[in-house]
Design a protein around this ligand. Structure first.
Ligand code: GAL
Length: 681
């Protein structure tokens, strides 16, 4: 791999969402803001995200003077912009004149004007109006030296069930299945006599209509993904006409449910995302820190390249049950966490707090007091100074030998499935438990889905892989044959991509590689658990581990048992198995295990594969070590998310990018302290 900077830059960008259109009555504010931005070493602002009603007050009545002034002034002061297309929120006049742009919900009710992110993605008139405003923007700014890239729309989300969307859905299905017979078979539609006679009868899922045909529900989600990509491509094609070299992105969201982002990512030139972790919500930060790290890894893995942290709050959000402030040092730590996992830009929502409406109390760099002589303002300023030292990190890549599968289409299918556990069954939570162990061990991880290639990994974890798609079983077989380690779990290999159960026993086409057959799966009430203990001397642990939620009752065929259940009628059944297959191994874990189990088990597997972090440090708390590298150097990020000091021993000499001094030997990291180190290759 080679260095891959997003914008040929040698800096880590720093900036925020900036909404000067809200401050047109306060003419001196722009100058003041720019002054403060420079003090904070801000190098990029996202502008124009919700500016439509100012740019086009009435249909066809354009005025770009304010935006032009803002972009020019920022540029003159060394600050570039991510220029947004304004489709995330439309003006009143547009909805009033063309009500068809308004979305129709699952129960077929057309929405009134209001809120944002709620247009119909199929609406011809909306597409026309968006094309016009995008064209006007691109004409003026696509070659402006101050424009770094396009920020297309904002946080696309949701779905529309209007007649036009329904029609497009039917076209999508015709194209996919060719005949209604094929569709009926795939949908198992004789169940409850739901067979279709022709495509015209098909309706999108609805709570007052069809919602039980799982394959229909899945296809609808796939269609909505395709339709939003189509809308994005429409916006993109307009701006690219004026400058094909100007890159485009849209801001993604946390483990987003509505669309398959692996598909969506293909249309983006680079990934950007909005991260709002729940810092200080729980007794310690281990859960939040590892959950956020997993999200960063997912964002990096969509394109296996650095990404932009487009939004994060410098203090608190205001839309959660609590607006918890970032404690001292958390701002630097959480921002550098993003950098460690692949961010090449650290940005906030928002630069300046608005005076009115729903986000007036949301965290911002500049509070209503109007200056940055505040705790938050100074945190941002100090981070800006730190980022100046991290320029060499820009464009560096992440070398991961470990992959964890988190597959959105599998997630949809699991959530739709009735049984074996309809309460509290959470694929993300289960996947994160594995990630958390890897995170504590300080291991770089790629978070991938079933469409990805496995060649470069030594070990792949794919827990709760209920739905197999994209030839997954074949990919796994050849990966393991060639020497890879594969770790599967309960509730895997049940259905194909149409959500039809595999015949001949679970885990379907994974049976051979795993060397097991699952006969039944038991679902436990929340307050109950089974116990699991290792029997194999390869796993030198005498502990009993709690097994919760689901226990899969398997028979080993070619696999051997490494651990067993200790209670209930399946006492002595295999709880962890391994199958030697070709040059590699395939493991199966039969239940949702407590954290200690994952830590011990994974740590043993990684020891065997000789996968350790560069410092050779293992910790089972909230210390994390992450690396990025380029041709010359390895950058090491030692992050102490513990609220207590942590002693570590450096195994070599490293250059601290913060102090420019060489450090070695024993070091104490203060609570929430982070070291940014460099070692030449
Ligand atoms: C994001 C959104 C921003 C702002 C922010 C508040 O989801 O893109 O416009 O609303 O949340 O946290």
């Amino acid at each position: 791999m080679t260095t891959n900077t997003l914008f040929n830059q040698n800096i880590i960008f720093h900036g925020a969402d900036y909404n000067p259109e809200q401050w047109l009555d306060y003419p001196d504010i722009l100058e003041k803001d720019i002054q403060m931005m420079k003090e904070c070493n801000c190098t990029v602002m996202s502008v124009g995200i919700f500016s439509w009603s100012v740019l086009e007050k009435q249909e066809g009545d354009f005025d770009f003077s304010f935006l032009e002034n803002v972009i020019n002034k920022l540029y003159e002061n060394g600050i570039k912009v991510f220029l947004a297309t304004p489709s995330g929120a439309r003006p009143q006049w547009l909805a009033q004149k063309y009500p068809e742009v308004l979305r129709v919900d699952r129960n077929r009710v057309r929405q009134l004007f209001g809120k944002r992110h709620n247009h119909c993605p199929s609406s011809t008139i909306y597409r026309q109006k968006v094309a016009i405003i995008n064209e006007q923007l691109a004409k003026r700014f696509a070659h402006h030296p101050g424009v770094l890239a396009w920020h297309i729309s904002n946080e696309y989300g949701g779905e529309c069930h209007c007649p036009l969307c329904q029609e497009k859905f039917r076209e999508f299905l015709k194209d996919k299945y060719k005949s209604i017979d094929n569709l009926n078979k795939a949908y198992w539609s004789t169940f409850w006599s739901h067979s279709y006679n022709d495509f015209e009868q098909i309706q999108s899922p609805s709570d007052i209509g069809e919602s039980d045909v799982h394959a229909l529900n899945l296809d609808w989600k796939r269609f909505t993904t395709k339709n939003v990509i189509d809308f994005f491509e429409h916006e993109k094609s307009v701006v690219k006409k004026f400058n094909p070299n100007l890159k485009v992105t849209t801001n993604f969201m946390e483990f987003f449910y509505d669309y398959d982002y692996f598909e969506f990512a293909k249309s983006l030139d680079f990934i950007s995302w909005d991260s709002y972790p729940k810092w200080h919500f729980y007794k310690d930060e281990k859960y939040t820190a590892s959950y956020t790290a997993m999200n960063h890894d997912l964002m990096r893995s969509y394109k296996m390249q650095p990404f932009v942290l487009m939004e994060s709050t410098p203090s608190s959000t205001n839309w959660r049950e609590l607006s918890v402030l970032k404690k001292p040092k958390m701002h630097r730590l959480s921002s550098i966490q993003a950098l460690a996992h692949g961010a090449d830009s650290i940005q906030y929502f928002q630069w300046r707090k608005s005076r009115g409406s729903s986000e007036k109390l949301h965290g911002a760099v500049v509070d209503h007091v109007g200056h940055i002589q505040t705790r938050v303002g100074q945190d941002v300023k100090n981070l800006g100074l730190d980022l100046l030292k991290y320029g060499p990190i820009a464009g560096s890549y992440t070398n991961s030998k470990v992959a964890l599968v988190f597959d959105t289409q599998n997630r949809w299918a699991i959530d739709d499935c009735q049984g074996p556990r309809n309460m509290g069954f959470d694929y993300l939570k289960m996947t994160h438990s594995i990630y958390q162990a890897l995170w504590s061990l300080g291991i770089n991880v790629d978070v991938i889905d079933q469409s990805c290639i496995l060649d470069k990994y030594k070990i792949v974890f794919a827990p709760v892989n209920y739905m197999l798609r994209d030839n997954w079983a074949n990919k796994v077989e050849s990966f393991v044959k060639q020497g890879g380690f594969y770790v599967s779990s309960y509730f895997s290999g049940y259905v194909d991509e149409n959500d039809l159960c595999y015949l001949g026993g679970f885990p379907g086409p994974l049976k051979d590689v795993l060397g097991i057959w699952e006969e039944e799966i038991d679902s436990l009430p929340d307050d109950e658990y089974n116990l699991v203990q290792f029997s194999s001397k390869d796993f030198n642990y005498t502990k009993e581990y709690k097994a919760r939620e689901l226990c899969s009752l398997i028979h080993t065929t070619t696999a051997k048992s490494l651990a067993y259940f200790k209670c209930d009628f399946y006492k002595n059944y295999c709880a962890v198995s391994v199958n030697e297959y070709g040059k590699g191994r395939a493991y199966h874990i039969s239940s949702y295990m407590e954290d200690d189990f994952y830590y011990d088990f994974i740590s043993t597997l990684l020891d065997e594969l000789k996968i350790h972090n560069i410092l050779g440090i293992k910790s089972n708390d909230a210390l994390h070590i992450q690396t990025r590298e380029n041709e010359q150097s390895i950058f090491v990020f030692v992050q102490n998310f513990n609220n207590y000091p942590k002693d570590i021993m450096l195994n070599d000499k490293y250059l601290s990018l913060d102090t420019n001094n060489t450090i070695e030997g024993g070091i104490t990291l203060e609570p929430y302290e982070v070291l940014v180190l460099k070692k030449d290759k």
